[in-house]
Structures are given as structure tokens and as C-alpha cells.
Design a protein around this ligand. Structure first.
Ligand SMILES: [Zn+2]
Length: 493
């Protein structure tokens, strides 16, 4: 189906997709709310045709086979450049994103130096352009100078330089006064403040979610209340700021607890301009993974929704204290994970964001308490999400909306393109085989960060092709020979 071919005759990343025909396949367009059997045709980099099929032409096509959706948007990723290119570069991050089905990524500003002035924005943009990948790289600026939590960064200048919002990610905005000013000035620029919610005074030396698993493993507890405490503070500040600046917007990053999500649910019901994201690992994994369990979080709750005891029911299959499971916020007990998934399903959580946080081996190959926080997750996000769909707790349409229109609404005009299967627009889409499973191995990952607790596991939903801005971002090596042909005779299932 593909001819994004370079002079050598091989599929080449960055080349305009001259011709790509897919179908009959299952099309999902969250922008219009439509999904069903259909065919698409890309020509000269543009989405030339989107044909919905019915009757005999649609027979046998369902959502369990090849799926076509708009390219995914990640609101939260760390590509480590500038400053820690051993862990990830812009180029390797873009390759990893494309392998995960993402065509747009928003990078957190906690690089070295941090993104607290326009020159760093320009530097990242130049690296993205130089890589040859068509994956669009957007960046957040910091809230405070140097992420120091004292002095407000040059919000206006950073906005003019093209940032998509402001965040001191890695820590909460240190004071309510600083947050108030950030919401006000970012609001004047029409941009959100993206908040990492963690009450630092409750988390000093914290290693694992406070509960049974931390107690048994002897790890210092990381209370759920540390998250809700900051969410409550932030919502109170937001409510006051919107009186003066109605464009003020607060986006809460990687929420992990039921209590925080309940606060957001109530705030949204009151009409406050707040949005939030959850991550694949906080919906799919639970704190019992630290003890050596490897079942999905939704399999780790009993009929009443309480977490099962992994020691009592033989769920421990891996070694304990795997530092690949150490992340901030921590993997929570399974009841919290199920609450995160429910929030994604009911729309309380607007987006699934990966918090892709690659680390070098040296930063993880240490004792648990000293290991760096973070999971390399941009390539496994779709697989975890599809496993959640398979559990019946969220529908495919809603799941894909959380990767497309959900984050697009938060980015607004700064996204710079329309989202959806829109005829005539530059093609921006992902083709994946929902029925095909792939094994997460170090060799299978394009990211430099191999710090994934999913290594060795099979995930559903193999990405066949990712097209960004009309150009090829990723193609499965076997796709060229198999499921997809160059003459438009694509295998539908
Ligand atoms: Zn964070």
C-alpha cells in the first residue's frame, strides 16, 4: 500500500508518501465520532479519499483487525536533549514516537539547560528539523526561571517563541503565589499551565505508593494525599484567577489517584477550566509490580474493587524491586489504577499522555531508592491502552479519542493542524493491526531508554505505518512484504 520510497527503493523515513491505500479496514475518526469499515487513500502526501463502506463491501471488517486512526498526540514526553543525550535525543525520541503511532509530541522543559528562554526553544526546534523525521515536536516552557520555583519565567517571550504551555514538571509549582501569576500570564497568552502535582513535604524520600506493598517490601511510603493536596490548592487558585482572566487554564499532568480525579470531576462540573491526563502505566500497572506481580491492574482487584493480595494468590512471577517500575508519581495500588482507567473512560481525564521518561542503564542499575524515576513508555502506550480496551473497561473509540482529539483540544491552535481523517489535508495518521501482538524487547524499541517494566511481554496492536504531515514517520519492516501492498490491494484483515 505504500510508496514513501526513497531512491534506494526502500521505505524511507521523511519521504513524502506518494501512494498509500489501506482497506477495507476499521476506520476511527474521533473528530467526527465516526467509526466503521472503510478505505483510505493517500496520494502525494495528502489524504485523498476516505470512503466509508457498507453492505457487502464491509462484510467481515471489524475493529479487531487493521485500524486506521488520526496520528496520536502525546501531551507529555521527555526527550532529554539538550543535556542528557545518552538517555534520549530529539531524533531517537521522534523515532520512538513514530513507532508508537504518535505524530505529535509535547516535550517537557526539564532539560539541561531548561526551556526557560527562547534560545532553548529554537535549539530543540532545530534538532527536530535536522533529524529528518516528520514527527512534530512541540515544547513547553518552564513556569519559573531555571525551574527554581522562585521567579516567574519570561512567559510572554516564551509564548512568542512558540511554546504550547508552561510547566515546572518534576515538581509542583512551588508556591500558590507563583502559580497564580503563572495562570494569569499564561492565560493572557491563551496557554495552559501544566502542573506536576506532588506535595513535596509529604514525599521526602518516598519510594513506593503508601500501602501494603510498600510496607511488606520495606519501602518508604508515597501517600496518595500528596497528589490531592496540590490539586485542591491549584483548583482554589484557578477559581480565583479566572475571575480576572477568563482565559486562564490549568492542566494536571499524570494524575494517579482516585481522590485527585474526584476533585477534577467536581471542578469540571462547576465549569472550571481544568483538564487532566493519565498515563498508560498508571492505568495498566499497579504497585504490586514492585513485589514481582505482572498482571494488569484491572486483574488485580476483587469483585468489590479492592486490590488483591499478590502474596496470597500466587501472582508474583518476577523479581521484586525492579527499578524499571520506579516512577513519579509511583505505581499506585490497583484500585487507584482502575479509578484512573474509569476516569479516562468517562472523560474526566481528557487525554492519555505517556510521560515517556527514558533513562540510561546506569541511572536505573542501582538500589531501588536511588534509581531515577521514569518509564520509557511512548512505544508501549498503544499496547497498554488496547489491553485496557480488551478488558471491556473502555471502548476503542473513547480510547483513541484520548490520544487524538482529547490532547488536541488542550493544545488548541498551537497544534497547528486539524485532527481527524480529513480529506484533502496532509495525511497524519496511524495504521495498526489490533489483532497482531508484538513482543517488547530491547531490540524492538527505537528509544534509547530501555527502562520498561514491559520488556519481555507481548502487547496487542502492532503499528504498521505512521504518517505525519504527509511524510513517512514509521513503517513496520514486515509490512512492506506482507499485509500492505504497493498497488492498492491492501489486505484488510
Ligand atoms: Zn511529572
Amino acid at each position: 500500500m505504500t510508496e514513501g520510497r526513497g531512491p534506494t527503493g526502500t521505505l524511507q523515513v521523511g519521504a513524502v508518501v506518494e501512494r498509500l491505500a489501506v482497506g477495507p479496514a476499521w476506520l476511527v475518526d474521533p473528530a467526527t465520532g465516526r467509526s466503521g469499515p472503510g478505505e483510505i487513500l493517500v496520494e502525494g502526501g495528502r489524504l485523498r479519499a476516505v470512503d466509508w463502506l457498507s453492505g457487502e463491501a464491509a462484510a467481515g471488517v471489524d475493529e479487531r483487525g487493521i485500524v486506521v486512526a488520526p496520528g496520536f498526540i502525546d501531551l507529555h514526553a521527555h526527550f532529554r536533549e539538550p543535556g542528557n543525550e545518552d538517555a534520549e535525543t530529539i531524533a531517537t525520541g521522534q523515532a520512538a514516537a513514530a513507532h508508537g503511532g504518535f505524530t505529535t509530541v509535547c516535550l517537557m522543559p526539564n532539560t539541561e539547560p531548561p526551556v526557560d528562554e527562547p534560545s532553548v526553544v529554537a535549539r530543540i526546534g532545530a534538532a527536530a528539523a535536522a533529524s529528518g523525521s516528520p514527527v512534530r515536536v512541540l515544547v513547553y516552557g518552564t513556569v519559573s526561571v531555571g525551574r527554581g520555583g522562585e521567579q516567574l519565567a519570561a512567559i510572554g517571550e516564551l509564548a512568542d517563541a512558540g511554546v504550547v504551555g508552561f510547566s515546572d514538571d518534576g515538581a509542583s509549582v512551588r508556591s500558590a503565589a507563583l502559580l497564580r501569576n503563572a495562570l494569569l500570564y499564561a492565560g493572557m497568552a491563551g496557554l495552559p499551565v501544566v502542573e506536576h502535582v506532588e506535595e513535596a513535604s509529604l514525599c521526602a524520600g518516598a519510594e513506593a505508593h503508601e500501602g501494603l506493598v510498600a510496607t511488606v517490601l520495606g519501602l518508604r511510603g508515597w501517600p496518595a494525599a500528596a497528589e490531592a493536596a496540590v490539586v485542591a490548592r491549584d483548583l482554589a487558585v484557578l477559581e480565583a484567577v479566572v475571575e480576572d482572566e477568563p482565559r486562564a487554564r490549568l492542566h494536571l499532568a499524570h494524575l494517579s489517584t482516585r481522590e485527585a480525579l474526584d476533585l477534577v470531576r467536581a471542578a469540571k462540573a462547576r465549569g472550571l477550566p481544568v483538564s487532566c491526563e493519565v498515563t498508560p502505566h498508571h492505568i495498566g500497572l499497579a504497585d504490586e509490580w514492585l513485589a514481582g506481580a505482572r498482571r494488569w491492574a484491572w486483574e488485580a482487584v476483587d469483585e468489590t474493587g479492592r486490590p488483591r493480595n499478590p502474596w496470597a494468590d500466587g501472582a508474583l512471577v518476577a523479581r521484586p524491586y525492579a527499578t524499571a517500575c520506579k516512577v513519579n508519581p509511583p505505581l499506585r495500588s490497583a484500585d487507584h489504577a482502575v479509578a484512573c482507567l474509569a476516569a479516562l473512560a468517562d472523560g474526566t481525564a481528557d487525554a492519555l499522555a505517556t510521560d515517556h521518561a527514558p533513562h540510561t542503564v546506569v541511572d536505573k542499575l542501582v538500589e531501588f531508592g536511588l534509581a531515577a524515576n521514569g518509564i520509557s513508555g511512548i512505544e508501549t502506550a498503544l499496547g497498554v491502552l488496547l489491553a485496557a480496551v480488551d478488558s471491556g473497561r473502555i471502548g476503542l473509540d473513547r480510547a483513541l479519542a484520548a490520544l487524538t482529539v482529547g490532547p488536541a483540544l488542550i493544545l488548541g491552535e498551537r497544534l497547528g493542524r486539524r485532527v481527524g481523517l480529513v480529506e484533502g489535508e496532509p495525511a497524519d495518521l496511524v495504521v495498526f493491526d489490533r489483532g497482531a501482538r508484538w513482543r517488547v524487547t530491547e531490540d524492538a524499541l527505537a528509544s534509547k531508554g530501555r527502562n520498561s517494566p514491559l520488556l519481555g511481554r507481548e502487547l496487542p496492536g502492532r503499528v504498521l505505518a505512521t504518517v505525519a504531515d504527509g511524510r513517512l514517520a514509521y513503517a513496520d519492516p514486515e509490512l512492506v512484504a506482507g499485509a500492505v501492498s504497493t498497488d492498492g490491494e491492501a489486505a484488510g484483515r
